[in-house]
Design a protein around this ligand. Structure first.
Ligand code: TXA
Ligand code: MG
Length: 351
């Protein structure tokens, strides 16, 4: 299958730009599109066969449910049942935006979209291209991140092409996404609200609306514990991983810099291709390997926005060993470290 990339001008969106994408979606096909978090791989959420195509294009395990994207808050009443007040409050505060809400699944949603679960994940994206695609198609759009399963999520149309060319007919190219980490997921299907995936919307922000919201234990764990089962099926898989092995160093700035320099030097002497993932404040202090600066700690949004792209660059450079600083930044640290720890297979060293 040939994969077409269609550039969309955000400054001048017209309905015609979406005609081809809408046609493909209505026929049960797949279209990749930008959202404010990462690129999504979309298909008709109510069409079991479209869901099957999504799983197969990504090579995704079938038990890993998809997020249903909507363009109108009221749509939750079509897709879910027994909806608590909290859902309405969260939607009013954070939608459209980078928040996914898990609710009890309504009849309309096929089991293949929810990986057989009795719950459904719903999100109303704020990206104008995503919103217009959903509106123009008149569908609910199931969309996981548009990467090959296990690889870093895609923050540019070029990344989507890298992973999915030949497997999907169309990519809408809306340029680089602004946030760069996937949505925060809150589960409202049980007795207490639980954050299943940290994201741009933080625990503190959610607490203003839901004072009793907590993180799922698997989210805050610094190591992979076989006794803790992640409630979001997707969070249990090794994820976001470049081909090289990542080790994260945590400690005082001086200790981290010196440990990474020493490790990088050793591995280079052994003939390996080595890289360092650092913040801009410290990047000048690394002397060995390919040093990639993810952004400034004092502007943590930059680090979030660049993380997946930098992980992909390590693959392009055929890097075998990656030594990373820890990014426990003020607001987004939880979300950034959640992705980085998974990418590193929880390999973290305290120095
Ligand atoms: O920002 C985002 O959320 C992006 C964009 C495209 O919207 N989408 C995204 O989808 O990250 P995906 O499929 O890569 O991640 C969805 C996560 C997975 O970890 C999945 O297991 C979890 O959401 N999930 C989906 N439905 C669920 C449910 N009913 N119960 C628990 N977890 C669920
Ligand atoms: Mg994903």
């Amino acid at each position: 299958m040939e994969t077409k990339v269609k550039k969309i001008n955000r400054e001048a969106l017209c309905k015609e730009d979406f005609a081809e994408a809408v046609k493909i979606l209505k026929q049960g096909g797949l279209v990749a599109f930008p959202t404010e978090t990462v690129y999504g791989l979309g298909g008709d959420a109510l069409d079991a066969e479209a869901a099957a195509k999504i799983y197969s294009a990504k090579g995704r395990p079938l038990d890993n449910p998809l997020i249903v994207h909507i363009a109108d808050k009221e749509d939750i009443y079509q897709l879910a049942k027994d909806i608590p007040d909290a859902a309405r409050k969260l939607a009013d505060k954070f939608w459209p935006g980078p928040l996914t809400i898990i609710l009890k699944k309504g009849q309309l949603v096929p089991n293949s979209t929810t990986g057989g679960l009795a719950t459904v994940a719903i999100r109303m994206p704020s990206d104008q291209i995503a919103a217009m695609l959903i509106r123009e198609s008149g569908l609910y759009i199931a969309a996981p991140s548009a990467n090959a399963s296990g690889r870093p999520s895609t923050t540019r149309a070029e990344h989507v092409y890298e992973d999915l060319a030949g497997r999907i007919p169309l990519i809408l190219d809306g340029g680089p996404v602004p946030i760069g980490l996937e949505s925060t997921i809150v589960d409202l299907s049980g007795e207490h609200p639980i954050i299943l995936r940290p994201g741009y919307i933080t625990l503190e922000q959610l607490k203003e609306i839901l004072p009793d919201v907590v993180y799922d234990r698997a989210v805050v764990s610094r190591h992979q514990d076989v006794n803790i089962v992640a409630k979001a099926p997707g969070m249990k898989y090794r994820h976001y991983a470049p081909k090289g092995s990542i080790t994260i160093y945590e400690g005082t700035e001086d200790a981290v810099v010196s440990a990474i320099n020493q490790q990088a030097k050793e591995k280079i002497e052994q003939g390996y291709r080595v890289a360092v993932l650092s913040a801009s404040e410290t990047s000048g202090r690394y002397q060995y390997g390919l040093v990639k600066n993810a952004g400034a700690r004092c502007k943590e949004q930059q680090i979030a926005a660049n993380l997946f792209e930098v992980l992909r660059e390590f693959d392009e450079e055929k890097i075998e060993f990656i030594y990373a600083e820890s990014f426990d930044t003020a607001q987004l640290g939880q979300a950034i470290m959640n992705r980085l720890l998974k990418a590193a297979g929880y390999h973290i060293v305290r120095v």
